[in-house]
Design a protein around this ligand. Sequence first.
Ligand code: SAH
Length: 390
Amino acid sequence: MSSVEKKLILQADKTADKTEDKTKVNLLGYDLEHMKAFFTEMGEKSFRAVQLVKWIHQFGVDDFAQMSNISQVCRAKLEQIAIIKAPEIAMEKKSDDGTIKWLMRLEGGNSIETVFIPEDNRGTLCISSQVGCALDCGFCSTARQGFNRNLSSAEIIAQLWIANHRLNSYVAGSNKPKNGVKRVITNVVLMGMGEPLLNFDNVVAAVHLMLDDNAYGLSKRRVTISTAGVVPALNRLREECDVSLALSLHAPNDKIRDTIVPLNQKYPINELLAACHNYFHGDIKKKQFIIEYVMLAGVNDSEKNARELALLLNTTPCKINLIPFNPFPDSGYESSKMQTIIRFRDILQQSGYVTMIRKTRGEDIDAACGQLAGKVKDKSKRLRNVNEIT
Ligand code: SAH
């Protein structure tokens, strides 16, 4: 075991020790605005907020004692009332293709999964936003788990914080400038377990930290929220945090979509695409619009479906990702044959859309799209009726 790994294990143990302390406020999930409010309430100057955000997220520090530019008196106060606490890593698996999956244990017995996907010119972290998922999309194994609860903003950003630690991409306790820190994670996608737009406030706070130059400093092209299409939340999103969007469309018409994405019965395709156009209005160059389309044999993969999809999108500037269905036991679905997927792609490309077939990554460790399961206690909270969604 390398010294870095030993240090990381110690780090995880230290984190576990802290779980007893429920009276302290966890600063890990505080974005700059919340952090400023926290310091003002403490009677401290608000510039402390920038210092704290930098220590926690830029330098990966979870121990107030290491925060050398903060006065001892202030640090002592912080020790009494606050904590910086991430979930524990319960398991780490590495795929033959370099993909890494972490199982993170949360307080209360649930766990979630986070996946790192290295590519030649970037490293993408796929993070979860909820324990399980309430949307009952039949082709997704997370849906089988049912829904337990929303993740806190700390639990969401912790996935990036922990992955950074594990990937050895930060310089602990150093005051090295940001551009001197090698960052392996260049992109974040909220495509893990859960529906991010049904955990709006916590997702927004975590995304603020991803974008903040004092924290991770990612551009809005490199942070992507993936959604099955919660229209009212989409309408709020542009004001609150302006990032790239992946729409899990998966069908060229309401008839098919109603059956595979039940949320469509509440927010049909025309309303959904109108909300997306509104979201991108005027600035499609600054953030990306990705259409996700899982290829299910005999369900949504005919040539007619491809032509229908091309018409539906009506030359909207977007990139289409065709996702070969990743199987899981008793799903009832099969992936389309590769030659069907290629034909589907060709039709969309001939219609002028940038269309890619997503390479499946991490299949050997169940880390591919739709295979994240975590551990969800009390699986009964599945959505029974789409009208339960507000
Ligand atoms: N709730 C969000 C984010 C989670 S799903 C959403 O719906 O977008 C992330 C992506 O993986 C979505 O596009 C989803 O539809 C896709 N997906 C789910 N199950 C899959 C499976 N078994 N095979 C391939 N892709 C899947």
